[in-house]
Design a protein around this ligand. Structure first.
Ligand code: PFF
Length: 454
């Protein structure tokens, strides 16, 4: 049988909890625990957090709702769904851009997820016990510059991702997220308690929560925008894909708020676990991509039973990364299977393989290779920037324009269960945001980041 599926055979989530777990599973991942702290650390701490929260509420949540509306009203993959919402074939281009973004994100996501797997292994071997902060940092630097081990773990991670997607929507996604994510949450809480009880931790809390307004510039705002999109899995059709499996009973507004709040809490917990420890140990908050991998082993060292804790924590982080990576691959699979008429199995396989092929170069960008790579992660930074700061916000901008200006308002009212659109304040505010505020804000951030207002 070819990959064509119709509304009744493509399946749907069985329970409300399953829906939130899957959407939150996509949102919560390395973006919260690895990327948020390193972005906050490089972009002024409290100032970054403040802008992040403003963008989350004003732009992020409304766009997540817009993606839910597009997905559930069509029950299709992002390309088909956006064609339907925009009432023209050109709308599908936005979906295709999303599929490309999914490829590229998966390419570097698997690199970092591979690092996390290696850290499970290193923790099992108790490598970090008794090491000084400098030595722990060195372990990370030598590992990523080594080449073979990161490539090996990246491939393992990709194989597992492909394997889960091959099992299908319900079994593949719902089953694993339900109980492991609450456990990760609990572990993060314990890490926070340990971190804030370290000497000098108050400095770290101040760094994260007290905004220094002089640190705000256009790059910080663009990075915060990109982080909102990356962390909430927005702007590339992931949430369109997931909501295409939602049942009609689900309240989209409530789900969008629940997912966003959970996602933000996890990022904040990660920040609280990291920054007090960074300051307690005299490290640099602007360390970059290695921040979490350099700091967390030190917090584990300061915990009784730290080794077991470290093993379990990095394991759970791998699971969190998996629930995000399967959502990335699902975008590619659903598209290729429903639009290109390739079987689901083949779609998943070639999607994973192609992304891994690009991912190999991402991993190698950390390895100094004569005449080929400086080892300064130029390709990694390029992909990260291109996807988070350009492709996702651009995708979000176009989605919100389609929903705000082109889609039949009746469908939106229906999806949001609005009965009197003329008098409903919530709905009127929502229309205002998606028609004016969100698109104009994203556009202005783009313009200012290319120096337009200088
Ligand atoms: N939101 C995920 C995270 O924070 O780790 C990453 C991600 C998943 C981004 C899916 C985009 C996406 F479509």
């Amino acid at each position: 049988m070819k990959g064509k599926v119709n509304k009744t055979t493509r399946g749907s989530f069985a329970t409300t909890f399953g829906i939130i777990a899957a959407a939150a599973g996509s949102a919560i991942g390395l973006g919260n625990i690895w990327k948020f702290p390193y972005e906050a650390g490089q972009n002024g701490g409290g100032a970054f957090l403040l802008i992040y929260l403003v963008i989350l509420i004003a732009i992020g949540i409304p766009i997540m709702m817009a993606e839910f509306i597009v997905g559930r009203s069509s029950h299709k993959n992002p390309v088909g769904a956006l064609k339907e919402a925009s009432r023209s074939a050109t709308g599908g281009i936005v979906g295709i851009m999303g599929v490309i973004a999914a490829f590229l994100i998966l390419a570097f996501y698997s690199t970092v997820a591979g690092w996390t797997m290696h850290y499970v292994y290193l923790s099992v071997k108790n490598v970090f016990a008794g090491l000084s902060p400098e030595e722990i940092n060195l372990v990370f630097k030598q590992f990523i510059a080594g080449g073979y081990a990161p490539l090996f773990w990246q491939a393992v991670f990709m194989i597992i991702t492909v394997g889960i997607v091959l099992l299908g929507v319900e079994k593949g996604i719902e089953r694993y997220t339900k109980f492991l994510m609450p456990l990760l949450f609990l572990f993060l809480l314990i890490l926070c308690v340990r971190s804030v009880t370290l000497p000098n931790s108050i400095q770290g809390l101040k760094f994260l929560f007290v905004p220094n307004f002089t640190a705000i510039n256009t790059q910080v705002i663009l990075n915060a925008l990109g982080q909102v999109f990356f962390s909430l899995s927005l702007g590339m059709g992931t949430m369109i894909t997931y909501s295409s499996y939602f049942s009609d009973k689900e309240n989209l507004t409530k789900t969008a708020i629940q997912v966003s709040v959970l996602d933000t809490i996890v990022a904040l917990l990660a920040g609280i676990a990291i920054f007090p420890a960074v300051f307690a140990m005299g490290l640099n908050p602007a360390e970059g991509t290695g921040l979490v991998f350099g700091v967390l082993p030190q917090v584990f060292n300061a915990l009784p039973g730290g080794q077991i804790f470290a093993v379990l924590f990095f394991f759970l982080l791998v699971i969190a990364a998996l629930t995000s990576s399967i959502s990335l691959l699902e975008v590619i699979t659903a598209y290729s299977c429903e639009e290109l008429n390739i079987t689901r199995k083949a779609s998943t396989l070639w999607g994973g393989l192609l992304s891994l092929a690009v991912g190999v170069f991402v991993t190698l960008s950390f390895v100094p290779i004569e005449g080929l790579s400086s080892g300064n992660a130029i390709f990694f930074d390029f992909l990260d920037n291109l996807t988070s700061n350009i492709m996702l916000p651009l995708g979000g901008l176009l989605i919100v324009i389609i929903v705000g200006w082109i889609m039949d308002p009746k469908i939106i009212e229906n999806q949001l269960r609005v009965e009197n659109p003329e008098t409903n304040i919530f709905y009127k505010t929502y229309r205002l945001i998606i028609r004016y505020l969100a698109p104009i804000a994203i556009f202005m951030i783009f313009l200012s980041s290319i120096g337009f207002f200088k």
